[in-house]
Design a protein around this ligand. Structure first.
Ligand code: NDP
Length: 285
């Protein structure tokens, strides 16, 4: 092991680009049926993961997921990634802790390892006055965005601990966990995303001795079905969000591929407890 002394002459044991490889790794991605979850599941496949298990609510996967599955298979059989390119779908609700643990165990039993996890399932409730917020609605957002993220991380983390190889867990938070404005106050969503950022820091401290890294990844505005539902009813917001961004636009889902590969691979072995903001420079209003 490198002792990390300054000027340590020990040469790096790998070629740098190999550190981004996820060859033979097994991953669990919640919310992987579409949107950012599916995009990031594909990124892990492209980086060589043996198999990525996508957990999501619907009984059957979406057409988008099916297309990604076929693409992943083709990529695997091309031999370019060094992985099998297997994308698997599991129906599951992240708010069900027992179910999530069971899913994690089934993956561990079948694959004999667990290396990476991306907790991306999340919901947005907007335009509810904070003084009038119904308890059940508030609980629902916290249940999916906070409890569900913890249960997903537990599902994967318990298997990482079981096999003893360590691993990397990425909790999807949001720019909205750190900043807000009067138009996007979204009290339940923003509160939940702040909690996720702090959850990553806390879990990182507890799990570092077990070689499990935990970071949060905070995207800025990206056009997906989550934001489309909000933007389509208020078209002027697309213009506004773009003009508030130093890059003058929203992000694309594929612009998260590199960062999630970096966070789940050995290219980021000293990175834990961090919140990685990917927002086109948007971090104040
Ligand atoms: P999408 O709505 O496109 O995808 C979210 C996915 O999570 C859906 O497939 C949804 O299933 C699934 N999901 C919701 N509830 C549950 C549950 N209880 N159990 C399992 N799966 C569930 O959203 P995005 O892809 O945009 O968002 C992904 C993550 O990124 C979220 O955590 C979001 O908060 C975060 N994010 C998104 C940003 C953006 O601008 N898009 C910006 C910052 C953060 P179903 O469709 O069936 O409900």
């Amino acid at each position: 092991a490198l002792n990390c002394k300054p000027n340590d002459p020990t040469p790096s044991p790998t070629i740098f680009s190999h550190e981004f490889s996820l060859a033979d790794r097994v991953a669990l991605v919640s919310g992987g049926n579409r949107g950012l979850g599916l995009e990031m599941a594909l990124a892990l496949i492209e980086a060589g993961a043996r198999v990525v298990y996508c957990v999501d609510l619907p009984k059957d996967p979406s057409a988008e997921w099916q297309a990604a599955h076929d693409y992943a298979k083709k990529l695997g059989s091309s031999g370019k990634t060094g992985g099998e390119g297997r994308l698997e779908y599991i129906t599951g609700d992240v708010t069900d802790q027992a179910l999530m643990w069971k899913i994690g165990k089934q993956i561990g039993d079948k694959e004999g390892r667990m290396d990476a996890c991306v907790a991306a399932a999340g919901i947005l409730r907007s335009n509810i006055d904070c003084l009038e917020y119904p308890a059940e609605e508030f609980r629902k957002v916290i249940d999916v965005n906070v409890n569900g993220v913890l249960f997903t991380a537990q599902a994967a983390g318990r298997q990482m601990e079981r096999f003893g190889n360590g691993g990397s867990i990425v909790l999807i938070a949001s720019m909205s966990g750190s900043i807000t404005n009067k138009d996007q106050a979204w009290v339940s969503y923003n509160t939940s995303k702040s909690a996720v950022i702090q959850m990553a820091r806390s879990m990182a401290c507890e799990l570092a001795p077990r070689k499990i890294r935990v970071n949060s990844l905070s995207p800025g505005y990206i056009y997906t079905s989550l934001t489309a539902a909000y933007l389509d009813s208020q078209p002027h917001l697309l213009e506004k969000w773009s003009s508030q961004n130093p890059m003058g636009r929203l992000g694309r889902p594929d612009e998260l591929r590199g960062v999630v590969t970096w966070l789940t691979s050995d290219a980021s072995t000293f990175c834990t407890g961090s919140d990685v903001l990917v927002s086109g420079g948007h971090h104040s209003w």
